[in-house]
Design a protein around this ligand. Sequence first.
Ligand code: AMP
Length: 113
Amino acid sequence: MADCIFCKIVKGEIPSTSVYRDEHAYAFRDIQPAAPTHILIVPQRHIDSVNALSAEDEGTIGHLFMVAKQIAAQEGLSERGYRLVINTNAEAGQTVFHIHLHLLGGRQLTKMG
Ligand code: AMP
């Protein structure tokens, strides 16, 4: 999508701190980290949100979790623990409408809500 900030980040039109890239996914550090490790994992193909998922996206979404697992290991978080979050729409605080998996860790995380 032409005006999507994360599409522009995927294409390198907006700078980001790269953590991982493959054919389908891109991961980069969040610009306003909420934890010592705060990485966003996105599909290269634009999908607005969880609400916009179709059956054909199943493999892509599963892949994001496999990437998250690998990055968590790289960041030394596998044993310590980490949190994976996808916000959807206003009450969850979604601000960028290109689906993304937050990987948070590196400190004791509080209960959600
Ligand atoms: P959400 O609120 O779940 O939609 O998450 C959007 C996230 O994108 C927030 O944590 C922002 O800090 C992050 N973000 C926005 N713009 C950028 C950017 N240019 N580079 C890295 N992270 C960004």
